[in-house]
Design a protein around this ligand. Structure first.
Ligand code: ASP
Length: 584
């Protein structure tokens, strides 16, 4: 028996017990005649005491040689501490050591194994196994475990069945690039790793499984924007014989269950917003509704005056920043510079200070009088003391620029409180979105998404206007889940592929298996997938997912600990019938 207790377990009631503990040396304090060691394991820290007058000399000597992160085992007696530590559960006691065994020595770790470490991101990733010993990372992994357990409980109780689907498949269209794996047994042919189990879960519905879920890895070979991982985890779900409303209810229930069981927060009905409304009000299809600064469109009140910039704009839109009328010229200029950064891309920004007694001071006083500006204040909901910030230009770009500014201000002003949770559904997404590069429509969600029957007639005449039975669950300004009601009819699916620019042959080659399946009695079905990494991070009050993943990759898609990806040797290449000709 390596241990009788773990390092977080002993309490004052255990005094006088003989115990055996094992763990890592967190730190030691050597006073010569007395040595204290903090012994750490996953469960906590227990203080050990070696006392010249009560501990054998050979044990004292060995204790003096202990370094940080040595793995040791001790036998001793639980005694009451003289100076108690109220900050840890074992803080009232210590273990007077009688026997000490060094199970393994350790090199000095390259960074401190403390909550606030001196190790930077790179070194922590290289020695991730040491990083995992730190509370913030360890606790994040334990937290993730709790979230997944709650998800499994909730869905299993509703009769969902967890089914595994293959990783070695062929392309699934989630809009990203595939990771591919060469097939040794089929020279020149490649598997693709799933961007999601989308087609398989639909086939499970054709197979009559009725309610499916899977906590599953997905792989997308994208340029890694901040806080994305090339492999990430979804809670993937699908149901048969349901309508959109059923899906929203079940997964609203799941989210409510998580908030209740993890944070003891009860949220009534989640608000719903159409995609159009979200774009108009927040410039964003995943609005953070924990704070205001809703968009006020100003075309009607700001155009047809003498200000040419606004007159030529498709959209003039502003937000009222609460209490910011006191900003100095310098502070406002800094905000203007912020929106002009290439990442945001605005050409300029107009401001109006709403001062006492309905007095307005603006950067466009030359073109607008007080009565004009009062209308701007009304449209943006500005009160005395607020600062109105206005952008203009083409509608989509301007909305996304103002949305970026709104989020930045939300962050700066502390309005995005990590422990406040504001979920909402965004519904009625467009079916298709225009892609400037390829100059054609792409499926906004994926090609299996069902159009709204009432919009079907627009498919030929005005495809961009067709809405889909597609929905996203948004939490605190992040899309944490998304899905749709699917097409379950072969002809309809063929029509959709045609609209997406596939020839009949291409559609058959890539998705023939699905359309064939639809000929054998496919039930009406739909589903969604949650991003587990992000969901966990947000529930954990954080916005970066990395610490909730045991072994994440860096921004270049590398695992710096195991040093992957890596070259493979010629024998392996030969077996795969592959000759390399690596460019540039
Ligand atoms: N497969 C979709 C995705 O990964 C989710 C869904 O439609 O169920 O986003």
């Amino acid at each position: 028996m390596y241990r009788s207790h773990n390092c977080g377990e002993l309490r004052i009631a255990d005094v006088n017990k003989e115990v055996t503990l094992a763990g890592w040396v967190q730190k030691s304090r050597d006073k010569g005649f007395m040595i204290w060691v903090d012994l750490r394991d996953r469960y906590g820290i227990t203080q050990l005491i070696f006392d010249e007058s009560r501990t054998e000399e050979s044990v004292m000597q060995l204790a003096k040689s202990l370094g940080r992160e040595f793995v040791i085992q001790v036998k001793g007696i639980v005694i009451e501490r003289e100076s108690k530590n109220a900050n840890i559960p074992t803080g009232e006691l210590e273990v007077l050591v009688k026997e000490l065994t060094v199970l393994n020595e350790s090199q000095l770790p390259p960074f401190t194994i403390e909550d606030e470490t001196d190790g930077g991101e790179d070194i922590r990733m290289k020695y991730r196994y040491l990083d995992i010993r730190r509370n913030p990372v360890k606790n994040s992994l334990l937290f993730r475990h709790k979230v997944t357990q709650e998800v499994r409980n909730y869905l299993s109780n509703l009769d969902f069945c967890e089914v595994e689907t293959p990783y070695l498949i062929k392309s699934t269209p989630e809009g990203a690039r595939d990771f591919v794996v060469p097939s040794r047994m089929n020279p020149g042919q490649f598997y693709a790793l799933p961007q999601s189990p989308q087609t398989f879960k639909q086939l499970l519905m054709v197979g009559g499984m009725d309610k499916y879920f899977q906590i599953v890895k997905c792989f997308r070979d994208e340029d890694l924007r901040a806080d994305r991982q090339p492999e990430f985890t979804q809670i993937d779900c699908e149901m048969s014989f349901i309508e959109q409303e059923d899906i929203l209810n079940v997964f609203e229930g799941l989210t409510r269950h998580l908030l209740k069981n993890i944070h003891n927060i009860e949220i009534e009905k989640f608000p719903r917003m159409t995609f159009d409304e979200a774009m108009k009000t927040y410039g964003n299809d995943k609005p953070d509704i924990r704070f205001g600064m809703k968009f006020g469109e100003l075309n009607a009140v700001a155009q047809h005056k003498e200000f040419p910039v606004f007159n030529s704009a498709e959209l003039v839109v502003g937000i009222a920043v609460p209490g910011a009328a006191t900003y100095t010229r310098k502070e406002i200029d800094a905000l203007i510079d912020w929106v002009k950064r290439p990442q945001v891309g605005a050409l300029g920004m107009v401001y109006v200070k709403c001062e006492a007694n309905n007095q307005y001071k603006s950067s466009v006083d030359k073109f607008y009088d007080q009565a004009d500006l009062a209308k701007w204040a009304e449209a943006t909901g500005a009160n005395e003391g607020d600062l109105i910030l206005v952008l203009s230009g083409s509608a989509n770009k301007t909305r996304s620029q103002l949305s970026a500014l709104r989020m930045e201000l939300g962050n700066r002003m502390g309005l995005r409180k990590p422990n406040e949770f504001a979920p909402l559904w965004v519904v009625d997404f467009p079916l298709l979105e225009w892609d400037e590069d390829s100059e054609r429509f792409h499926a906004m969600h994926h090609p299996f998404t069902s159009p709204k029957p009432e919009d079907m007639h627009l498919l030929d005449t005005d495809p961009g206007k067709v809405r889909a039975n597609a929905y996203d669950l948004v939490l605190n300004g992040n899309e944490i889940g998304g899905g749709s009601i699917r097409i379950h009819d072969k002809d309809m699916q063929a029509l959709m592929f045609k609209h997406l620019g596939f020839t009949t042959e291409q559609a058959q080659e890539q998705f023939g298996f699905l359309m064939n399946a639809f000929q054998f009695g496919a039930p009406p079905h739909g589903g969604l997938a949650f991003g587990l990494d992000r969901l966990t991070a947000i529930l954990g009050g954080q916005e970066t997912i990395r610490d909730f993943i045991a072994f994440p990759k860096n921004n270049s898609g590398r695992d710096v600990m195991i040093d992957a990806p890596a070259t493979i040797d010629n024998t392996q290449l030969d077996e795969l019938s592959i000759m390399l000709n690596v460019k540039g």
